[in-house]
Structure formats: C-alpha cells, structure tokens
Design a protein around this ligand. Structure first.
Ligand SMILES: Cc1ncc(COP(=O)(O)O)c(C=O)c1O
Length: 326
C-alpha cells in the first residue's frame, strides 16, 4: 500500500496547488491530493480500498476475486488489473449485454484475463440478495466475493490511513472534499480522522442522483468499525450529480477540458470532474468565500475513454496519462 501523504507520489509532488482568478476572487485556496499518481495496478482510492482484499486472497491462496459493476466500473477495471499483477483469477459480474460492443474498460478487463459474466438490469438489482449471491457462488466456486465498488469493511478500514495522515497536515477550518459513490472511501477517511482534526469540515460530493442513503451507510460502517471518538463535521453534497451516475453532459465535459487547459490536471468524468465542477459552480455562486480546500483526486481517468471527443481534445492539449499502465 502506498505511504499516504508522502511528500511525493511516483516521483511527483503529492499536492498540486491550483491557482486561478476564480479562486482568487473568492479568496479561496484549492490543492489536490494526487492519489491519481499512485503507480501500479491499484491507482487512486483503489490503492486503499482494494489492497486488503488482494492481500487476503494471496494470504489464503484463494482461487481469485469476484465482484460487480457496470460496463464503465473503475472498480472492476482495477480488480482486473490487480488480478493480472498479482496472479489472481478475477470474475466480473457486469450489468449489461454480452452482445453489445464492450467498450474500452471491458476490453482491458477481458484482455487482462477477467472472466466477464453479463447479467440483466433486473438480475443486477439482486446483487445484495443472499439467494442470488449463493447461486453465483455455486456457479463460480472458489472466488472471494467483494461488494460493488469494493467497499467491504476491510476496504473501508484501509481508507482510514488517509484520514490519519491528513490529521496533522490541516489548518483550522480547512475543508476536505472527495467524490463519493458508495461512500466507502469517505467513511474510512472519517474513521481515520476520528479524535483528530475536529475543526475541519469534510464534504463528500455524490456522483449519484438520489444519494440520501449514503449518510446512513456511512454511519453503519462507523458502527461496524466501532468508531467512538469524535468525528470532524461531515456532510454529503448532493447537488452536483450532473443528471446521475455516469452522466457527463456537455457543460461538465467543457469544464474538464478547460480545467486541463488551465491547470494541466486531468479529471475523470464520473467522480473528480463532477466534484470540481461542483466546486467551481459554488465559487461562482459565492458559496466558498475564503475557504481553504484540500480535494482528494481519486483517479478513475480510464473513464475518459467513454467520451472520445473529450479525450481527443485533451490529447491534443498534451494529455498522455492513459498511455501508461492501460
Ligand atoms: C475514481 C473514483 N473516485 C471515487 C470513487 C468513490 O468511492 P466510494 O465508492 O468509496 O465512495 C470511486 C469508486 O470507487 C472511483 O472509482
């Protein structure tokens, strides 16, 4: 697992400070913590969330790891990459049609040896149903099963390393932000901050529409981890889902291209692009006056391949991030 918050990640500074006139006008400061620079099969938040499952599977000589996701799931992509890197079989239960063109993510996963098992939308909805899981386990024996998004308890606990490391590096009143899908990374981050930096404010930007369930899920993880020390203030920002999970409209695409042009930092369309798009809309509305913000960049850049025009525009500007490691 990478040492969290080392000064450098993969030879590049761990933090990137963003300067522009929009931030200046608001008297705000923004720095990115570059989990996207973590090298190897497990990049971004996956370096924390998935490493315990991989370690456990290797320790137990498990046959392999299985999990769930959609056709553009970063989680399945990372699982397939980890399986290839660590010599584990992988199985992806994919919501979608086996006969549809696979898309770049599934092509990678298949090339890296992931066994892809397609299920209908209605079957996919049963992914937490014990009978459905038992059927899958009988059909594909020997795998260790991870929930969608890889947010099992060990993965959430592993993300606490991020919070523990951040505790000593924050200023009073600082805002820590990160994108949320299942909320597992946020739950872990908060658990690691418990009893530490009480004066900071943590905000998870939901990539999903209708994410009202996230707060309760996060509380459940904290109960399961027996977190009793005081947490910093936290909340879920639900306004910037951009139409729903995996939706990236032309405004958001223009923001991602413009951010790359101005700052040379690539953002993915599903999570980090949405979060910072939200931040800049808040800045424009005068909401974040004077704030000092640290944003976790959680990776996911492979998702840019779902938007070929945006990727082509960024490539023209010099982006070559997807040429390494994919
Ligand atoms: C790049 C990226 N950022 C953020 C998230 C959200 O993480 P979580 O599901 O732990 O909220 C994910 C999903 O795992 C992701 O792939």
């Amino acid at each position: 697992m990478p040492a969290p918050l080392a000064e450098h990640v993969n030879g590049q500074p761990a933090f990137t400070t963003i300067h522009d006139e929009i931030l200046d006008r608001a008297g705000a400061q923004l720095r990115l913590y570059r989990l996207d620079h973590i090298p190897g099969a497990l990049n971004g938040n996956k370096a924390f969330k998935l490493m315990p499952a991989v370690t456990e599977a290797l320790r137990n000589n498990a046959f392999g790891l299985a999990s769930f996701g959609g056709a553009w799931s970063n989680h399945l992509h990372a699982l397939a990459a980890a399986g290839r890197a660590y010599g584990l079989k992988t199985l992806g239960v994919v919501r979608g049609d086996a006969h549809a063109p696979p898309g770049a993510m599934l092509e990678d996963a298949g090339r890296w040896g992931m066994n892809l098992h397609f299920v209908s939308r209605s079957e996919y909805r049963q992914r937490r149903d014990p009978d459905f899981l038992a059927q899958l386990q009988a059909r594909f024996p020997g795998y260790c099963w991870l929930p969608e998004g890889g947010s099992d308890l060990a993965g959430v606990q592993s993300c606490a390393a991020l919070g523990r490391a951040l505790n000593n590096r924050l200023e009073t009143g600082e805002m820590i932000i990160l994108p949320c899908g299942t909320g597992g990374t946020l739950a872990g981050l908060l658990a690691g901050m418990a009893g530490g930096a009480s004066s900071v404010q943590v905000v998870g930007y939901s990539a999903l529409k209708g994410a009202g369930f996230l707060e309760a899920d996060i509380r459940q993880w904290h109960a399961a981890l027996e977190v009793t020390a005081a947490l910093p203030g936290w909340r879920i920002e639900q306004r910037f889902h951009g139409g729903g999970y995996g939706k990236c409209n032309s405004d958001l695409q223009a923001f991602i291209a413009g951010f790359y042009r101005r700052h040379g930092v690539a953002l993915d369309p599903v999570y980090n692009g949405k979060m910072l798009w939200g931040v800049y809309r808040q800045l424009a509305a005068g909401e974040l006056q004077g704030k000092r913000i640290t944003a976790l960049h959680t990776g996911g850049l492979q998702g840019l391949r779902g938007y070929p025009d945006l990727l082509a525009e960024m490539t023209q500007m010099g982006f070559e991030g997807l040429q390494q490691g994919f």
